[in-house]
Write a new protein. Structure first.
Length: 272
């Protein structure tokens, strides 16, 4: 059962079924019993549950994050120091059975410019990111190819640097983050034990939409003093849905639990 099918069932099918059962109970119950205080309380609770049930089902279905929290994702992937503060972000997702992916805006405070620069020069993310991707996409480490330059900080192409002469070009708005050498790694391939990944260099200035089919990681060493910025975006990893309702329904219907949908973001507005 797909995310869309399950959502429609939860948001419309369940309330209709509850209201229908209450109406049927009213028709089958004698008036003297129906109007009694205990039955009225139960009937009122059932009607109210028609409003609460879809929200509760959606909340349960949005659980099952692959990453327990942002620290596991950022510190584990980028190998940042334990004392570096990883800022929370609203509307970031850590991978669950609704979005089936990770989208996290990275902001790490190293405490000082020197600490950040020393960390950045060592490029400690080279192996830790590969290991994290191997685990998330369930691909053996020896089936991941890292192309030359995939994790190496590089400057943007000089033709995308405005000389401040003449009119402001229309592309200037997408270059301001990429002043100093930055990392942009696109993730291509197929997830799963029999799959393989290729990690290659990308350029969000020249091609803003240049994502691999499985995502992209960018790391930017600029901006505020001592702050690292970037994005970790994984698409279409293995489903980690823990909802027993959907699992039971899928098992009853003989359907997978759930069907992976690359790039699905149907539930992005329902992350409670």
């Amino acid at each position: 059962m797909t995310d869309f099918q399950f959502a429609m069932l939860a948001w419309f099918g369940v309330p209709i079924a509850i209201i229908g059962l209450v109406f049927l109970a009213h028709r089958l119950t004698p008036d003297r019993i129906w109007k009694s205080w205990p039955v009225q309380v139960i009937a009122t609770a059932a009607v109210l549950s028609a409003l609460v049930a879809p929200v509760a089902i959606t909340w349960i279905d949005s659980q099952g994050d692959y990453f327990d929290d942002r620290i596991e994702l950022v510190q584990g992937g980028l190998n940042t120091p334990p004392d570096a503060e990883i800022a929370p972000k609203r509307f970031n997702h850590l991978g669950n059975c609704w979005s089936n992916g990770v989208s996290w805006a990275v902001e790490v405070d190293f405490g000082s410019q020197e600490k950040r620069d020393d960390w950045y020069e060592q490029q400690p993310w080279r192996e830790s990111l590969v290991e994290q991707m191997a685990g998330y996409f369930d691909v053996p480490r020896d089936q991941i190819t890292v192309e030359e330059g995939a994790f190496t900080p590089a400057m943007r192409d000089p033709k995308w640097v405005w000389d401040e002469q003449g009119p402001i070009p229309d592309w200037i708005s997408r270059t301001y983050r990429y002043i100093t050498p930055f990392v942009c790694t696109a993730i291509e391939g197929e997830a799963g034990p029999q799959g393989s990944l290729t990690l290659r260099r990308c350029d969000p200035v020249v091609l803003p939409e240049d994502f691999g089919n499985l995502g992209r990681v960018t790391i930017m060493n600029q901006g505020r003093t001592g702050i690292l910025e970037g994005y970790i975006q994984y698409r279409g990893g293995p489903p980690y849905c823990t909802n027993p309702l959907r699992r039971g329904l899928n098992n009853m219907l003989g359907l997978p639990h759930p069907e992976p949908e690359i790039g699905s973001n149907l539930g992005s507005a329902f992350q409670f």
